[in-house]
Write a protein that binds this ligand. Structure first.
Ligand SMILES: [Zn+2]
Length: 370
């Protein structure tokens, strides 16, 4: 990589942009607008809503009604502002570039945008190109999901620039993700003088958690996780309230529906308790269809011409915006971002040497996906 290119990427990483930091996310969007300034790219800025930053819709290539190639990148990260100062300083160690959001997914967004710009300049796009740059992927894309789905309906292929997995493997299937909130209400009482009168909401929640965890079925690729619990007000008071969120992962649409029904239908194990469950499937499963398999094979042959072996990862648990496009039947190739490791952690890094070949791959995909 040339050093001006690395300098630009450094600026991106120094611009910290956790999802809820509207100013930081919008500065990132400004950087993208600047990046496109000298290219034949139409830039549309969609103002943020729901306390989120702006999104960008970039258009290039032939101006026809033909179904487009849709590219998706997010510029929000999970790292709070200040992470770069203390916990994850921007630095290069050998081939590794460390910094908040470098792997998920600033380096990837940057080089995929460079590839997009190059194709726009040369006028070599195989189809109309639509590049969506989003501010809210890390919280499940509440603002941009309708925008993504709207474009996906008029799209021939979708490329998602999430990071490569385990040595740069691309992604052709992901589990679906469900999120639920369970609230248990019991009856408060003094733990000493009125114990028999109380109905302990924490106790009832514990029984419900056992039932929810028992829904995990590794053979079917179903997992349920209760990762946080809050309840009670004092050590000597029988708690009236307890609540906890549930994370659900499934491989098929049918399992998503069945498990959502089971979780939403949880009943108290004792009629003196009240249970309220809200939530549902957040991202539908991304199943590897025939179209996606063909798209992967095409990318694999391009990678071979460039000089590297493109491998597809086994189905992964984390959801992405690719779940939305795949669920609409659009052939979707995800994980074309940088190789590296440590997404969402303080040892997050990307491999600098993976940038050039993968940028070339994206460029050729945009030129050849007919
Ligand atoms: Zn990501």
């Amino acid at each position: 990589m040339t050093s001006p290119a690395l300098d630009t990427l450094f600026t991106w990483i120094r611009t910290e942009s956790p999802t809820h930091d509207v100013a930081g996310v919008n500065l990132m969007m400004d950087l993208v607008v600047g990046q496109m300034a000298d290219a034949p790219v139409a830039v549309e800025r969609v103002q943020g809503e729901q306390g989120l930053g702006d999104a960008l819709i970039l258009r290039a290539g032939p101006q026809t009604d033909e179904p487009a190639i849709l590219i998706l990148s997010h510029l929000d990260t999970v790292h709070p502002v200040g992470t770069i100062e203390k916990d994850l300083p921007l630095r290069i160690e050998g081939d590794r570039l460390y910094g908040p959001g470098v792997y998920d997914m600033k380096a990837s967004a940057w080089y995929c945008l460079e590839a997009f710009k190059e194709v726009a300049r040369k006028g070599t796009a195989a189809r109309p190109l639509i590049y969506l740059v989003t501010p809210d992927e890390e919280i499940g894309s509440p603002m941009t999901r309708p925008i993504i789905e709207n474009f996906a309906r008029r799209t021939a292929y979708t490329l998602v620039t999430e990071p490569g997995r385990d040595g740069g493997k691309v992604v052709t299937a992901r589990k679906g993700v469900g999120r639920f909130d369970v609230r248990v209400e019991g009856r408060p009482a003094h733990a000493g003088s009125r114990h028999a009168h109380g109905r302990n909401a924490v106790y009832e929640a514990a029984r419900q958690i056992l039932a929810i965890e028992a829904m995990t079925d590794y053979a079917r690729g179903i997992t349920t996780t209760v990762g946080m619990v809050s309840g009670g007000t004092a050590v000597n008071t029988i708690p009236q309230h307890c609540s906890f969120p549930v994370d659900l992962r499934v491989e098929t649409v049918a399992d998503g529906e069945a498990l959502a029904r089971a979780i939403l239908g949880l009943k108290p194990q004792d009629p003196d308790f009240k249970i309220t469950v809200t939530g549902g499937m957040n991202r539908p499963p991304y199943e590897c269809t025939e179209g996606t398999a063909k798209l992967f094979e095409h990318a694999k042959s391009l990678a071979a011409e460039i000089g590297f072996d493109l491998v597809s990862a086994p189905r992964v648990g984390g959801g992405s915006d690719g779940n939305f496009t795949a669920a609409l039947g659009v052939p979707t190739l995800d994980g074309i971002g940088i190789d590296g490791d440590g997404a969402h952690t303080l040892h997050e890094y990307g491999l600098i040497s993976s940038i050039a070949p993968r940028q070339e791959l994206v460029k050729r995909l945009l030129e050849t996906l007919r």
